[in-house]
Design a protein. Structure first.
Length: 335
């Protein structure tokens, strides 16, 4: 993955995740309990589908369609949120809606312009969302702990599942031999480590308890950081890992290009850093071993470029899995 490709991935993921997560907040406050609301949610799903169809060539021809679909997503979101019963929520979403509409217009203008202008305007939209919300999150939003934990946990499961799909894509035209079986198993093992790091033992229960114990007024900021910012890092890490795995599976006995080896190492590091920040925000205990593992996985990059893809994957599984097992052992023996 090149630097340009990494920037494009961050922009597209960040912009889509902002509004996808916005719908998790929406359904937390407005129940889809009548035909009109369900119909609008289906319309939003259709707009999200258009976004997905545009992604492969969004900087090379489909930017305008992406921008139009994004504007539809934003307008439906604002319209549905305005039907909330609590006046404080309606006031809060009015402020966020102005920001979201400004973002959508920047995205649409960038898609129409194309080229360098598109990058500039989309960076501006990204900053407006993620930096602006950090500086001025309105008061009044309600956060249901069980709803947030369930919705975001499902997203992580789906994303990790897609990383497993990358293994199948990379192996699609290869003969099934010992080398392919080994590297595919290592790719699956790495995905299992990602699952273990996020879910662990009763991790969803601990996350829900942490939010429930926070004062109601503090929950929106807590949810924005834990489920917004840090899940963006988690998802970005999974995507980057999947990009590296696809090439690693295709050439298990050969050295990788630097970009592919770096995708495996840096993607795993990003995921672990996101997980550490998520746990720290919610006060889920110390994560020194995970942070150390995030640094150690970067040292596997030379194994991929100088030895083989299989060796780098094995090292990644050993580092991440070893850190998680040692952490579990310490937890069991702690007084």
């Amino acid at each position: 993955m090149t630097v340009g490709g990494a920037l494009e991935t961050l922009l597209v993921l960040g912009l889509i995740w902002w509004m996808y997560d916005g719908y998790a907040w929406l359904t937390n406050s407005v129940a889809a309990d009548n035909a009109a609301r369900r119909g609008l949610l289906l319309a939003a799903m259709a707009a999200f589908l258009v976004l997905a169809l545009c992604v492969p060539r969004v900087f090379h021809g489909t930017g305008t369609a992406f921008g139009g679909a994004y504007l539809a997503v934003v307008l439906i979101h604002a319209g549905l949120y305005s039907r909330a019963t609590a006046e404080s929520i309606v006031r809060a979403i009015a402020q966020i809606a102005r920001t979201n509409i400004a973002m959508a217009l920047l995205i649409l203008a960038g898609g129409i312009a194309g080229g360098t202008v598109q990058y500039v305007l989309w960076v501006a939209a990204f900053v407006l969302a993620w930096v602006g919300s950090r500086l001025s999150l309105p008061d009044g939003f309600a956060v249901s702990p069980a709803h947030f934990v369930e919705r975001h946990g499902l997203v992580v499961i789906v994303a990790i599942g897609e990383s497993v799909v990358a293994v199948g894509i990379g192996a699609g035209d290869l003969a099934v031999d010992v080398g392919l079986v080994v590297v595919a198993s290592l790719g699956l093992a790495l995905s299992a480590c990602l699952w273990w790091a996020y879910f662990g033992v009763d991790n969803d229960v601990r996350v829900e308890r942490a939010i429930s114990e926070a004062p109601p007024a503090a929950r929106p900021r807590l949810a924005l950081e834990a489920f917004g910012y840090w899940h963006l890092l988690l998802l970005l890490g999974i995507i980057v890992i999947a990009a590296g795995e696809e090439h690693a599976i295709a050439a298990p006995g050969h050295a990788l290009q630097l970009a592919d080896a770096l995708a495996l190492g840096a993607g795993t590091a990003l995921y672990l850093i996101g997980d550490v920040l998520f746990r720290r925000t919610l006060g889920l205990g110390r994560a020194a071993l995970r942070l150390a593992a995030a640094g150690a996985v970067l040292l596997t990059v030379p194994l991929g470029t100088e030895v083989t893809a299989s060796v780098q994957l094995a090292a990644l599984v050993a580092v991440v899995g070893g850190a998680l097992m040692l952490e579990a052992s310490r937890t069991r023996t702690a007084p």
